[in-house]
Write a protein that binds this ligand. Structure first.
Ligand SMILES: [Mg+2]
Length: 234
């Protein structure tokens, strides 16, 4: 019972930790691929197009997390560069596609396995919160549509705080907002740099959700491959 007494506040990352970003994104891209007849326009298959987009999107997010590009640039460039790889350089179509993607994707509801099950278990014991590097208006739709929202007391988005994880300010703001002390808090997330090292630097314990068992040498509090394992730690 010691473990249960130690923490009072659990801070979750959202994308890739609870909300199944990859599945939801692929579903959306496949629908839009179909809608815009991209098979004939880009002369490629949907899977190939989706893989290209996910690669470019990840590159853009890395730059965004480092503060090297802003939200507008990320959104402007990711589809333009994806289409460019297939020889389609059309700013207006890329923009339209981006708008449709942003509109549609947050409404998708696939969750990481055992998300709801584990939240149902945790909610009776802890205050649950979200700290996300996403954009608040988008994250709010995801949380509502997927049924996650009722589980969380505080939802802190980086664009509201003005600082992304791993920046200390977003963790400090989250603790203040939740009325939580460092020692009674723990952060769970899939991103080693942003979620785990960010929390560690702030003096908050961490649980690294690492479903692919990515190799690293960081000293962290806990590491799990499945969300079900949280029942053992918490
Ligand atoms: Mg994440």
């Amino acid at each position: 019972m010691d473990k249960i007494k130690k923490y009072k506040h659990i801070f979750f990352d959202l994308d890739h930790t609870l909300w199944d970003f990859d599945t939801n994104s692929r579903q959306t891209l496949n629908e839009l691929f179909e809608k815009h007849s991209l098979k004939s326009n880009l002369k490629t298959e949907a899977d190939n197009f989706v893989d290209t987009y996910l690669r470019i999107n990840e590159e853009k997010w890395k730059l965004y997390r480092k503060g090297l590009i802003n939200k507008e640039r990320l959104r402007k460039e990711r589809f333009y560069e994806t289409f460019s790889e297939y020889g389609l350089r059309d700013e207006s179509f890329s923009h339209q596609f981006e708008v449709e993607y942003i509109d549609l994707c947050p409404h998708k509801t696939a969750l990481i396995p055992h998300s709801l099950e584990i939240l149902n278990y945790l909610k009776d014991w802890y205050h649950l919160h979200i700290i996300t590097n996403g954009f608040s208006e988008i994250q709010d739709i995801k949380l509502s549509k997927s049924g996650l929202k009722p589980y969380f007391d505080k939802i802190i988005s980086s664009d509201e705080v003005g600082v992304n994880k791993p920046g200390a300010a977003i963790f400090i703001e989250s603790l203040n907002s939740a009325g939580a002390s460092r020692s009674e808090s723990i952060m769970i997330g899939d991103n080693l740099g942003a979620d785990i090292i960010g929390a560690r630097n702030c003096g908050i314990d961490q649980i690294y959700f690492n479903p692919e068992s990515l190799v690293h040498e960081e000293k962290i509090s806990f590491e799990i491959r499945h969300l079900k394992e949280l029942e053992i730690i918490l």
